[in-house]
Design a binder for this molecule. Structure first.
Ligand code: ZN
Length: 284
C-alpha cells in the first residue's frame, strides 16, 4: 500500500504518553495527597478513608501502567494521518456528488486511558468511533494485536480498521446511526443485535468504498485487498467466539459473521458506490 503518497490529515490529535484527560488517567502527586489530607482534616474526616475514595475514583491502582509517548510524528502517526487524509478526500467528493457537505472527523491516538465524548477510552475496547464528539479513538497497539493475535497482517488491513471507523462517521453524518439507535430502543436483545450487525456491515462496506477509490488512484498494491479481507475474516463474531472457546450463537452477534464482513467489504470495494451498501434493505 502506497500510504506515503496519501495526503496527511490535520485532524489527528496525538495523546500518546499523556496521563489522559479522563478520570482513569488522573494521578495524585504528593501535593495532591497533602491537599486531600488537609481537606480531610478540615472536614473532620479520616484522611486515609478520603484518599481511598479518591483513588477509587481515579483508578489509582493503574498508576504504574502508564505508557510512554513515542517519538513525535513517528511512522504510526503518519500512517494514521495519511489514511485519514485519504478518507477525507474520498468522502468529501462522494458526499458532494450526493449534494452533501463532508465534515471530517477527528482522530485521537492514545495509549493510556483518555477522555472521550462517549466516556473513558481504554485500549482494551479496541478502536471505536464516538458520535457525540465525531472522533475516532485509536490505540495503534491494536494493529500489533491484529497481526499477532488475529493473524491479520499488512498495511491495508490496518487502513481498513481506520476506514471502518470513518464509515461510522459517514453513517453519523447521514443520520443512519441515530435512526438505528432509535429503532433499537424497546427491542429485545436479539433484534437490537441484528440492527447493530447491519450498521457494522455497512461500515465495512463503506470502508470498501473508500478502498475502491484508493485502488483507482493507484495507491494499492497486489495482495492489499486480501490483507483487509483476512482482517475482516479474523474479526467476524463467529470466528471470535470460536477462538474464545465459546459456542457460536448468531443471536449474540453485534458485528456480523466472518463471511458477512468479508462479503460487504468486498462489495463496497468492487462497486465504489455507497448506494450499494444498503445492508438494511432486506436481501442483498
Ligand atoms: Zn464498527
Amino acid at each position: 500500500m502506497r500510504w506515503k503518497d496519501m495526503r496527511e490529515s490535520a485532524n489527528v490529535e496525538d495523546r500518546r504518553g499523556q496521563g489522559g484527560g479522563g478520570r482513569g488517567g488522573f494521578r495524585l502527586g504528593i501535593g495532591g495527597i497533602i491537599a486531600v489530607v488537609v481537606i480531610s482534616l478540615l472536614l473532620g474526616k479520616n484522611p486515609l478513608e478520603m484518599l481511598g475514595l479518591v483513588s477509587q475514583f481515579t483508578g489509582g491502582g493503574q498508576v504504574n501502567q502508564q505508557q510512554a509517548a513515542p517519538a513525535a510524528n513517528d511512522e504510526g502517526k503518519q500512517f494514521a494521518a495519511r489514511v485519514l487524509g485519504d478518507t477525507e478526500d474520498t468522502w468529501t467528493k462522494l458526499l458532494a456528488d450526493n449534494g452533501m457537505a463532508y465534515k471530517a472527523p477527528q482522530l485521537v491516538l492514545f495509549n493510556n486511558p483518555t477522555h472521550s465524548g462517549c466516556g473513558q477510552a481504554v485500549s482494551a475496547i479496541g478502536p471505536f468511533y464516538c458520535p457525540a464528539d465525531s472522533t475516532v479513538y485509536l490505540d495503534l497497539g491494536f494493529f500489533r494485536e491484529l497481526n499477532q493475535r488475529f493473524g491479520a497482517k499488512g498495511e491495508f488491513a490496518q487502513a481498513y480498521v481506520i476506514a471502518h471507523e470513518v464509515g461510522h462517521h459517514v453513517q453519523n453524518l447521514m443520520g443512519i446511526s441515530d435512526k438505528v439507535h432509535r429503532l433499537q430502543k424497546g427491542k429485545g436483545e436479539a433484534a437490537a443485535n441484528a440492527l447493530s450487525v447491519k450498521l457494522e456491515l455497512q461500515a465495512d462496506c463503506l470502508a470498501g468504498v473508500w478502498g475502491h477509490y484508493a485502488q483507482s488512484r493507484g495507491l494499492l498494491e497486489a495482495g492489499d485487498l486480501q490483507d483487509a479481507l483476512t482482517a475482516a475474516q479474523a474479526i467476524g463474531d463467529d470466528t471470535l467466539q470460536r477462538n474464545a472457546g465459546r459456542n457460536v450463537t448468531p443471536d449474540s452477534f453485534t458485528h456480523g459473521s466472518s463471511a458477512e464482513r468479508m462479503q460487504w467489504l468486498q462489495r463496497g470495494f468492487d462497486s465504489g458506490q455507497m448506494q450499494d451498501c444498503n445492508t438494511f434493505g432486506g436481501k442483498g
